[in-house]
Design a protein around this ligand. Structure first.
Ligand code: SF4
Ligand code: SF4
Length: 98
């Protein structure tokens, strides 16, 4: 049985497991304009990543993390819920409990 009692603030795996994940989708131009340019990818199609990690993520994955643009984060980030497919894939990639 899959537990969905995950603590995102001590995880952060979904923000740091795949550079192609935090892409823009249904945001308006006005919403995207709010994001700091240095946190947006060169192709402007998603968040800038360093390796697999989103540039907006602070802290240490699996210890303590936070999104530094939480209030204006992309829609895909808003849609990701603890226990859903993307979450479980990310946690599995890090070897975290499922
Ligand atoms: S991988 Fe899951 S538990 Fe971890 S931060 Fe993302 S949504 Fe939360
Ligand atoms: S914008 Fe925030 S929530 Fe989205 S991947 Fe980056 S750190 Fe995670």
């Amino acid at each position: 049985m899959i537990s969905v009692d995950f603590d995102c603030q001590s995880c952060g795996a979904c923000c740091a497991y795949n550079a192609s994940w935090p892409r823009f989708s249904t945001e308006t131009d006005e919403e995207l304009d709010e994001l700091p340019r240095h946190l947006v990818a060169e192709d402007e199609q998603g968040m800038r990543c360093y390796g697999d990690r989103c540039a907006a993520l602070s802290g240490s994955v699996g210890v303590s993390t936070a999104c530094t643009v939480y209030d204006i984060r992309p829609d895909i980030c808003r849609a990701c819920m603890p226990g859903d497919g993307a979450c479980l894939e990310a946690r599995a990639a890090y070897g975290f409990s499922l």
